[in-house]
Write a protein that binds this ligand. Sequence first.
Ligand code: A3P
Length: 284
Amino acid sequence: MTECVEYKGYRFPATTVKDLEFAENELQVLDDDVFNVTYPKSGTTWMIEILSLIHSNGDPTWSQEVPNWDRVPWIEVQGTEEKLKKIQDRRRYFSSHLPRQFFCKSFTNSKAKVIYTARHPKDVAVSFYHFSKINKLFEYPENFDLFLKNFLSGNLPYGSWFDHVKGWLELAGKDNFLFNTYEDLQKDLRGSLKRICTFIGKELDEAALDAVMENVSFKTMKDNRMANFSLVPERIMDLTKGQFMRKGISGDWKNHFTVAQSEYFDKVFKEKMADIGVKLPWEE
Ligand code: A3P
């Protein structure tokens, strides 16, 4: 089963043109909203957990009782309009993999906040490759080399990693935009949490931060059915072929790339990111 809908030259899973149009044109952003924006496999689920735990001052009840897609829902997937109506008595947090050009138009003149998390693109490619084996909405990858070619040419659901990062980084420097990396979260989780708290205007004491740290760890999330996607129906995700919470490390690309693949990747990276104007942490 390969179920992606075509929208303006891109492919998106688990949605319809109507839902994509809703996200782009109709969703009314509130100044207090917080958006967790990523290219897939860059730390989206991790950030959902972080935002949930920060919101509840480290109390894990919400994260343990409500699936992550209802706590910090993706705005572009099917049924978002209905979901939004139910979020009334709390601050709204959303996730999105949308490229910048398809993101809610009403965001442009709002004070809503975007946390954009990016990850070393070689690790993204590896994670996306493994995820494509368990996610039945995506084409099953024949082998890593072919998958990598599609990654580099942007021939994948949600399009090109390079265009996604470039598009969103145009907002770098704005007060309501925070650039974060998966590697930052790995290297200094506490410092990253503090930065996120400051950005979204939430104060947590040290004990609450300890509780957040514990509940957003790879181990805790892997065991949490509300975070590990084991509640997704089997017709969509086949968890006999792998785990969503797979390895949770940086640098796994070294176990997958040949020297030639890595050198070619670096060349494409240099070409495509030449005009970006921001120094990215993963430039070789
Ligand atoms: P791997 O496949 O490399 O293990 P996304 O949520 O954007 O789809 O990203 C999924 C990737 O983030 C997976 O990477 C997953 O294991 C990793 N991940 C999720 N939660 C994590 C955590 N708490 N710590 C480290 N990595 C995490």
